[in-house]
Design a protein around this ligand. Sequence first.
Ligand SMILES: Nc1ncnc2c1ncn2[C@@H]1O[C@H](COP(=O)(O)OP(=O)(O)O)[C@@H](O)[C@H]1O
Ligand SMILES: [Mg+2]
Length: 161
Amino acid sequence: MPLLDISNLAVEHGKLRALWDVTMHVMPGERVGLLGANGVGKSTTLGAIIGLYRPVSGEIRFDGHPIHRQPPNANVARGIALVPESRRLFPEMTVRENLEMGAYLRGARSVMADSLGDVFALFPILKDKAQQNAGELSGGQQQMVAIGRAIDVAPASAAAR
Ligand SMILES: Nc1ncnc2c1ncn2[C@@H]1O[C@H](COP(=O)(O)OP(=O)(O)O)[C@@H](O)[C@H]1O
Ligand SMILES: [Mg+2]
């Protein structure tokens, strides 16, 4: 069964139709990239998955549950995390504090030591820079923090609980 299953999705921004009839799925353990020219609707697709945009038609299912009428906080609680465009870090907070912000939900907070360990194993440089302000890191390192924060939102161990 697909982990993420999108069928016939249509999304509008006001009167402007951004997506027509998008159908795609992601199997457990699979990685799927979405490629396309500027303005074709990649960000709108991701925004619809996380719950920022409510589709005018079509369905999004995650782990078998319909999520296309759910707000972002409910989808985050299901274990979906968005790494936002342009990173959106808190530049005046330390790397560690930025990562901790990902583990906002109680379930994520209780396993934060593990998920921080996962992030530092994946991006060892972040361990060295944990006490530095995020805004002082290079662009690539800041991207690591943004990805790490998303890992803390939905720790791998959450799937096992
Ligand atoms: N918040 C918004 N309000 C109005 N139109 C938007 C908004 N976001 C995106 N669009 C429009 O929706 C279409 C798809 O945009 P987007 O999903 O950002 O494309 P991509 O990420 O592939 O570059 C474009 O025509 C864009 O101008
Ligand atoms: Mg985009």
